[in-house]
Design a binder for this molecule. Structure first.
Ligand code: ZN
Length: 193
C-alpha cells in the first residue's frame, strides 16, 4: 500500500470515529504565542510536549533550522499575521542541537541535485539570473548563531511593535531540555531605557 493510501485509510477511520473531538479549538492561540522552530523529525511531538503546548495553544511555524532568512519572506509574513490577525503577543524562536542546518554545505546539496538529474545548465542559468545558490543553501556554523540572527531580524522588523517580546531558545532533541539564550522580556526592557 502506498503511503498516501495508508494515510487516507487511517484518516477515514479517524473522522468516522470522531477522534478529532479532543482537538477541537479555535484559530486564536490560547497562550497568545507564536513559535518558529525546525522541521526536524525528533521535534514533531517532543517540542510541544516538552513545552506543555496543546492543540489551540500556539501558532507554530516550521522550516529547516528555524531560520528567518529574509525580512520580507514567508516566515516573517507568518509572524506578522500571527501578531496582528491572530493575537499572538510573544514570539519564540526555537532551534535545536544537532540541527541539519549546522554547517550545511551548498556544494553538497547541489552535487546531490545533479545526481538526481538536475543539469549543470540549470545550475548555471540560476547563477546568471542572480540567484546566489551558495548563500541560499547555507545554514549556520552553530545553532546559537542561527537563533541570534533570526531573533534580531524579528526584533528589528519595521512592521512589528518594539514591545513585542522575542525569545530565543535551543531545545535538546533527545531530552527536550530548553536553554534560554535570548530573553525577550529583558530585550524589551532594555529598549525602553
Ligand atoms: Zn533542525
Amino acid at each position: 500500500m502506498s503511503l498516501v493510501n495508508e494515510i487516507l485509510n487511517y484518516n477515514e477511520e479517524f473522522v468516522e470515529t470522531q477522534r478529532y473531538k479532543e482537538f477541537l479549538t479555535t484559530k486564536f492561540p490560547d497562550k497568545r504565542m507564536v513559535v518558529l522552530t525546525c522541521m526536524d523529525t525528533r521535534l514533531v511531538e517532543l517540542l510541544p510536549k516538552a513545552m506543555n503546548l496543546h492543540n489551540g495553544d500556539a501558532k507554530i511555524i516550521k522550516n529547516a533550522g528555524a531560520i528567518v532568512s529574509h525580512p520580507f519572506g514567508s516566515i516573517m509574513r507568518s509572524i506578522v499575521v500571527a501578531v496582528y490577525e491572530l493575537d499572538a503577543d510573544e514570539v519564540f524562536v526555537i532551534g535545536h542541537y544537532d540541527c541539519g542546518m549546522t554547517g550545511l554545505n551548498s556544494d553538497h546539496v547541489i552535487a546531490n541535485a545533479k545526481k538526481r538529474g538536475i543539469s549543470d545548465d540549470v545550475i548555471a542559468t540560476l547563477g546568471h539570473s542572480g540567484i546566489n545558490l551558495s548563500r541560499w543553501l547555507t545554514g549556520f556554523e552553530h545553532v546559537r548563531e542561527g537563533i541570534e540572527k533570526s531573533v534580531n531580524i524579528i526584533r528589528n522588523h519595521p512592521l512589528l511593535p518594539k514591545n513585542l517580546p522575542v525569545h530565543g531558545l535551543i531545545i535538546d532533541p533527545q531530552t527536550g531540555r530548553l536553554d534560554l539564550i535570548e530573553d525577550g522580556y529583558q530585550a524589551v526592557d532594555e529598549s525602553h531605557t
